[in-house]
Design a protein around this ligand. Structure first.
Ligand code: HEC
Length: 105
């Protein structure tokens, strides 16, 4: 939708953003202490998650805020949505760069 391959649909965009906004709450519980790097063989979760859990939680909250903003922006039209969506994907990238290690293929 953002790429313009399918027409903008405010309702669909809002639903998708709403789904994302529900995920961050789970993130915090998905990485409990004791599942540090190495404990789960094929995890890409960086050890830093547990070393700097407060920073990780802050990014989780940021994603939640950004996805809720994008959900609201969907009702304001395509341009507003694209901009809010772009902001949200920056949060995805921020967290992956800091807290995710790419597995060797
Ligand atoms: C708070 C940190 C954080 C944020 C924000 C975040 N991610 Fe992630 N993401 C991770 C971590 C850590 C992993 C690696 C998890 C693992 O391998 O156990 C991951 C893995 C993934 C994967 C691979 C999943 C898999 O099954 O291997 C996808 C796809 C992904 N993220 C998409 C996103 C998208 C899209 C967003 C934004 C809407 C996002 N992530 C935001 C931390 C984050």
């Amino acid at each position: 939708m953002v790429k313009g391959t399918v027409p903008f649909d405010a309702a669909k965009a809002a639903t998708a953003m709403h789904d994302i906004s529900g995920v961050p709450d789970k993130y915090v519980t998905l990485f409990p202490q004791g599942t540090e790097h190495g404990a789960i063989a094929d995890s890409e979760a960086a050890p830093k998650i547990w070393e700097a859990f407060d920073g990780f939680k802050a990014l989780v909250q940021k994603l939640k805020d950004a996805s809720l903003k994008a959900e609201a922006a969907a009702g304001e039209g395509e341009e507003a949505f694209k901009s809010a969506f772009g902001d949200m994907t920056k949060v995805c990238k921020d967290c992956h760069q800091s807290y995710r290690v790419k597995k060797q293929q």
